[in-house]
Design a protein around this ligand. Structure first.
Ligand code: NDP
Length: 290
């Protein structure tokens, strides 16, 4: 029987452990960590994500500071806000919710965030540090996937991991994290020729593609552990339904463990944001390590 990995339960443990450490900091008279969340425009999905992040901050004991800006805000106003947040003692982490409305230069804006407060782990300094094995703030989604894999499998060393997708926010950092764990890593993408044969070699398969139910049981090795990052909205019988990049029903009998959508990677992403805010706050307070 395959294990259905309960991302909500693992996320609950991560947030509880962050909350415990935050309480210890506060007991010691140190400042409660603060997370600034910047939302530009009124994209409905972004509003839901931001609401969830703020609610989870409360559970973790992290102060969240929300900044809502109109969709037509000027780039300079947004950059000035980031400069203020970079300089603020109350703010340990800064998150700019993506995607940004047209007309704003996402790259320029993300690069303006101080690497020390870059809790999304998207700044080139953090990307480079991760690739070099140096202390960094690691992107939340792949970090959440790694925690679930380690809980499921323990030591990952020597496993063959196939990552489907090579985006900067999921696929590439996922590959870097798995390599750090001494996995043999294959990254496949839209130009890969023999994707099914490569996936069939995977002890671990992470799908981050954005194509509904693309990965089928016939692609998998018997007993593989499958992490489904995809979130795809579909209309089924007039109702909105979320499905992953993996055909869950088809794959269930073939895998040893699999994450569901929803309730798998999604909650872990937010839990890891809390963990990153705590790590950033502790480093800013002068603690070494994580
Ligand atoms: P991107 O669109 O940035 O990247 C998708 C990747 O998949 C690209 O590397 C692309 O290849 C590859 N790809 C696309 N089509 C195919 C195909 N037919 N065969 C093989 N590879 C293909 O997406 P993201 O990485 O940002 O997100 C991926 C999914 O994960 C989305 O569904 C997104 O909603 C979800 N997501 C979920 C999160 C969570 O918290 N659960 C967080 C972030 C994302 P190429 O580079 O060649 O174009």
């Amino acid at each position: 029987m395959a294990t259905i990995i309960d991302g909500k339960a693992v996320a609950f443990e991560v947030v509880a452990s962050v909350a415990k450490e935050v309480a210890t900091l506060v007991e010691q008279g140190l400042q409660r960590p603060g997370l600034a969340v910047v939302l530009v425009g009124d994209d409905a999905a972004s509003q839901v994500y931001v609401r969830n992040k703020i609610r989870t901050s409360e559970q973790a004991g992290i102060t969240s500071i929300e900044h809502r800006l109109a969709a037509d805000v000027s780039q300079q106003t947004l950059l000035t806000l980031i400069d203020e947040l970079n300089a603020s003692d109350q703010v340990n982490g800064i998150l700019v919710q993506l995607p940004l409305p047209d007309g704003l230069d996402e790259k320029l804006i993300l690069e303006r965030i101080s690497p020390a407060k870059d809790v999304d782990g998207f700044h080139p300094m953090n990307v480079g540090a991760l690739s070099s094995g140096l202390p960094s703030l690691v992107p939340c989604t792949p970090q959440g996937c790694l925690i679930m894999l380690q809980q499921q499998l323990g030591d990952l060393s020597g496993k063959h991991a196939v990552v489907v997708g090579r985006s900067n926010i999921v696929g590439k950092p996922m590959a870097a994290l798995l390599l750090q764990q001494s996995c043999t890593v294959t990254v496949v993408h839209s130009r890969t020729k023999n994707i099914e044969q490569l996936c069939a070699q995977a002890d671990i398969l992470v799908a981050a593609v954005g194509r509904p139910e693309m990965v089928k049981a016939s692609w998998l090795k018997e007993g593989a552990v499958v992490i489904d990052v995809g979130i795809n909205a579909q209309e089924v019988d007039g109702k909105r339904k979320l499905v992953g990049d993996v055909d869950f029903a088809d794959c269930l009998a073939k895998v040893s463990a699999i994450t569901p959508v929803p309730g798998g990677v999604g909650p872990m992403t937010i839990a890891c944001l809390m963990q990153n805010t705590l790590i950033a706050a502790k480093r800013q307070l002068g603690f070494s390590g994580n």
